[in-house]
Design a protein around this ligand. Sequence first.
Ligand code: FAD
Ligand code: DLZ
Ligand code: SF4
Length: 509
Amino acid sequence: MTIRNLIPVLGDQLTPSLASLRAGDPARDVVLFAEVDAEATYVKHHKKKIAFCFAAMRQFAHALRQSGWRVDYTCLDDPQNTGSISGEVERALMRHGAERIVVTEPGEWRLRAEMDRWQGQLGVAVDILEDDRFICSHADFRSWAEGRKQLRMEFFYREVRRKTGLLMDGDKPAGGKWNFDSENRKPAGDNLDFPVPLRSEPDALTRKVIDLVGTRFADHFGDLEPFWFATDRGGAEAALEHFIAEALPSFGDYQDAMLQDERFLFHSVLSLYLNAGLLDPLDVCQRADNAYRSGRVPINAAEGFIRQIIGWREYVRGIYWLKMPGYREMNALHANRPLPEFYWTGETEMACLRSAIGQTKEEAYAHHIQRLMVTGNFALIAGIDPAAVHEWYLAVYADAYEWVELPNTLGMSQFADGGLLASKPYAASGNYINKMSDHCSSCAYDVKRKTGDRACPFNALYWDFLARNRDALQNNPRLAQIYRTWDRMDGDKRKDYLVSAARFLKTLR
Ligand code: FAD
Ligand code: DLZ
Ligand code: SF4
């Protein structure tokens, strides 16, 4: 029988109800998966991320075959492998003689640009379908953003709450408030019982992939083992249920906390499954809403968790597609220092950075406050080139795809979009890290010292950042008080800060 459509499915499109699969016919179409060098190396992804992606692709391909689809799968070590998605699509067209390509739009702009060229290059019709696994379509986001002087997540989020009915009592927010963030800033003590995310034992298929990745990507950042991520829907669902039962009840209270010996605290570690398509965002939120309704989870936890998914996750995607491709080039603060080597090795005397980077190397995971207030904050106040910071975040986390990583890094964390995404820079001195974590007590630096050799580098860098970027930041109303404090400071003290910062920056390699 002639093949009607070729349906390429990407490594983060592992969802049975994907638009292009819904549009397809298992009796007449072929689904194509391709493990390719280009996707694994356009930034040198963490080994665990590549292993997760390939193992999950293989599991999903197997599940589709079981449900009657004809599946064509190119493994990385196939001798004919051309090394790119476009090359593999072209080869598959020749193999199957399909009349048309039907594909779901990709998550990253660079691949979208490639797909837009397929029709001209390959000489067949190409249908690129909207990815409707998100709650907010591109058109909806565009019309929400249009005409607004300022884009702010909070207002977008309220509209999504109304649209989905999540945590709504009629037209009122459950618990009487839209946002319970002010209750979610407790530092964590050692006296708490921390749950551990559910760990999956790798099966034979995953073991084979781990061996392949270990051989082919030995020079990439990060540890491959122990590998404990789930790689199919069943495993991801089990991790979700485990999170809701064990960690979600305390998720809100300790959302901003950090502890040296607790990598996950009450975070879900679900982003990699959501982003690969193994979990559905709306379903995840509905389950959290149910847990609140049945009294298993307090409102500050349910609201905080749901906001991250229907608020931040959808909002950053909206910004990405609204502003790309120019967004990636933005550098509003003209930061141009190279990324220090210790981001790749973890070898630094700064205990907070050592801990966040060491954990990133081992787990391909760090929670939001580590990403924002430790590695991100340091890069921001030290004036690191945002393009280099972006490349690092895209490479090192198992959940990293440009549509979600870039706005978080360039916008939220580095303020390189000049305040489009965040209302003020997330810059902080050592005092913040000391308040929210136990890192400082075991650090070679003294968080209480403001300047001089053993003073916590975050302290001088913080003021140096504000002084250096005064022209760009001083009119921000949220920074007015801080600039007044700086202006009232004794001249010698101000000089000490700047000299201390300059000395420290000179030592960065
Ligand atoms: P939880 O704390 O349990 O939160 C629940 C879910 O909410 C997450 O699984 C995630 O899907 C979603 N979420 C939470 N915060 C955000 C956010 N700011 N933006 C989008 N979704 C969010 N997230 C990614 O998924 N991929 C990335 O590449 C990524 N890069 C980041 C880079 C920087 C500099 C920063 C500051 C944040 C980044 N984030 C990224 C957002 C956030 O840090 C991660 O989603 C979160 O740490 C994942 O861990 P978790 O699943 O335990 O999240
Ligand atoms: C992340 C990733 C990796 C490492 N490898 C592949 C691959 O070999 N084949 C594939 O189809 N997808 C892969 N992916 C996911 C893609 O990079 C992802 O689909 C795009 O970045 C768009 O979001
Ligand atoms: Fe980090 Fe400074 Fe605390 Fe050391 S003293 S852990 S560098 S904040």
